[in-house]
Design a protein around this ligand. Structure first.
Ligand SMILES: NC(=O)c1ccc[n+]([C@@H]2O[C@H](COP(=O)([O-])OP(=O)(O)OC[C@H]3O[C@@H](n4cnc5c(N)ncnc54)[C@H](O)[C@@H]3O)[C@@H](O)[C@H]2O)c1
Length: 262
């Protein structure tokens, strides 16, 4: 497979998106970086390693997202799209969940993924990859992940629907489902010290750094695989869910919750 020339990374100001920008700065000639506000810090850190363009857009705004992607692409095709922009809501019991948080998380994570795919489509060509970052929480629900898992299951469905359609044009659609990565996104959750949540999370392995995640995700994207689950234990959990009756994984999860005192 030819190395990508032009790579678009969203959510490039922080966490996995920033680490993926660093990863591709050594491999692509042009990096297009998008975040809610133009990720100029990331661009400054990577100056001299690739041609870098930045833009700001809220992915909830379809028109602004399309305009920002068109401005970044500047009439050239995009070889890889890595859509990392996303948010999480406070992980609360259902009775304490704020409906506004559910709306915000679904709007950014799910509708935002649709908006980004729609905005990128005119700039993709045969050989391009469109990779949407969902989450392991989009395959296996996380404990008290009411809004987040709902939105990420939707992203996996969106990617599957797009995969069938865009394959006809030679465009590879992929979905990335990492377990835990030590970014600002999960800082509050880690600080909360919720033992039950930790027990359920640890079923998919220890957290990894954004740099490690970027290396594994980059490898997965270049492999052309549809489903990219970067770490071994998380892949194992997913496979158990697929090859055994669902009650086995639910029983394992319930046991982890009981053992953690939930
Ligand atoms: N950190 C993890 O454990 C983990 C695990 C699985 C999946 N993910 C997913 O990976 C992706 C990146 O998360 P991260 O951990 O790097 O988080 P992060 O908070 O470090 O980075 C997310 C980035 O998305 C941007 N963003 C948020 N809302 C936006 C909007 N409306 N428009 C444009 N940009 C917006 C933020 O400004 C930020 O730069 C997310 O989709 C997240 O759900 C994270």
């Amino acid at each position: 497979m030819a190395p990508p020339r032009t790579v678009l990374v969203t959510g490039a100001a922080s966490g996995i998106g920033r680490a993926l920008a660093e990863h591709y700065a050594a491999r692509a000639s042009t990096l297009l970086l998008l975040d809610r506000a133009a990720p100029d810090d990331t661009a400054a850190a990577l100056a001299g390693r690739a041609e870098i363009r930045t833009a700001g857009a809220d992915v909830r705004d379809a028109a602004a997202t399309a305009a920002a992607v068109a401005e970044l692409a500047a009439g050239q095709p995009i070889d890889r799209v890595l859509h990392c922009a996303g948010v999480i809501a406070p992980t609360s019991p259902l009775a304490a969940v704020d409906p506004a948080d559910v709306q915000r998380v679904v709007d950014i994570n799910l509708v935002g993924s649709f908006n980004l795919a729609h905005a990128a489509l005119p700039h993709l060509r045969a050989g391009s990859h469109l990779a949407l970052v969902a989450s392991l929480g989009g395959l296996i629900a996380g404990y008290r992940y009411v809004a987040y898992s709902s939105s990420k299951f939707g992203v996996v469905g969106l990617a599957e629907a797009l995969r069938m359609e865009l394959a006809q044009d030679g465009i590879t659609v992929q979905v990335i489902c990492p377990g835990e990565v030590t970014t600002p996104l999960i800082a509050d959750e880690l600080a909360s010290g919720d033992q039950v949540q930790r027990a359920v999370k640890l079923m998919s392995g220890q957290p990894i750094t954004p740099q490690r995640a970027a290396t594994l995700i980059g490898k997965g994207v270049e492999s052309g695989r549809f489903m990219i689950i970067p770490t071994l234990k998380a892949r194992w959990l997913w496979r158990v869910s697929r090859v055994s009756p669902t009650p086995l994984r639910l029983a394992l999860t319930d046991r982890a919750i009981r053992q953690a005192g939930g």
